[in-house]
Design a protein around this ligand. Structure first.
Ligand code: DER
Length: 237
């Protein structure tokens, strides 16, 4: 009950603080916390929200928008020179520098597209998500969206760069076989030791370039981009 009330309080506060009545384009993320964000928006004056368009980040997000009676729109219909005014989303872990692990809900690809299309990205995360370094509390690994044909090769490369037992996310018990994302891809969860921050380097902490699997956020994000077959990385930094 404490967790749910914390998620709800954070979501309602985020909408109060960051959804301005003059906004017209609003991104809606995925997961369980963003359910409260949509609930809070649906409770606002319809004279305000009826002027807004809401952009989903997957099937769950699309259903949330529809069920709340909010106007659904798609990022591909947004004029290319137009940004969303704000995007709300959750996270699986947040570090001291506000880097995020995302993808626990397997929606990371469309989430990152919507988040990076917004002038302001508002991450709503309860106390359980706060960590000094990514990988401290979230032990399931960094979610990585991969093309199905490349998944086995990506697994091999992740092991070579120090991921401990990366694995393709199974649908059990909800679905036999692997999870397939809204984009028809697979998800690999790749555990790494906690990811270092710039302040660690400044304070003389050794490593950060993959020695013994210890990476900094930036170095790992850069290294993962170079692995062929990866479509999206659940690191927002
Ligand atoms: O997949 C994601 O990144 C989602 O935002 C999700 O992991 C957040 O989850 P929660 O709000 O259900 O904790």
């Amino acid at each position: 009950a404490l967790v749910e009330s914390s998620k709800k309080a954070a979501a309602y506060q985020a909408v109060k603080d960051y959804l301005k009545p003059e906004y017209r384009h609003v991104g809606i993320g995925s997961g369980s916390t963003v359910v409260y964000v949509v609930e809070a928006i649906a409770e606002l004056d319809r004279d305000i929200t009826s002027k807004m368009a809401f952009y989903p980040t997957g099937e769950q997000s699309r259903q949330l928008i529809l069920n709340a009676g909010l106007r659904l729109s798609y990022i591909e219909d947004l004029p290319i020179d137009r940004a969303l005014d704000v995007a709300f989303d959750g996270a699986d872990e947040v570090d001291d520098d506000l880097n995020l692990i995302k993808g626990g809900g397997a929606c990371l690809m469309q989430e990152k597209i919507v988040a990076t299309s917004a002038t302001k990205f508002v991450c709503v995360a309860d106390f359980r998500k706060i960590s000094p370094r990514l990988g401290t509390n979230w032990k399931k690994g960094i979610p990585i969206e991969v093309l199905p044909m490349a998944a086995e090769r990506v697994l091999l490369e992740l092991k070579e760069i120090g991921s401990q037992e990366p694995r393709i996310r199974s649908g059990l018990p909800g679905k036999a076989g692997p999870i397939v994302t809204d984009n028809g891809m697979l998800i690999i969860d790749a555990p790494f030791p906690p990811l270092l921050l710039p302040k660690d380097k400044e304070s003389g902490v050794k490593g950060g370039n993959g020695e013994d699997g210890v990476w900094s956020v930036d170095a790992l994000a850069q290294r993962l981009i170079n692995i062929v077959g990866i479509a999206e990385i659940g690191l927002f930094h």
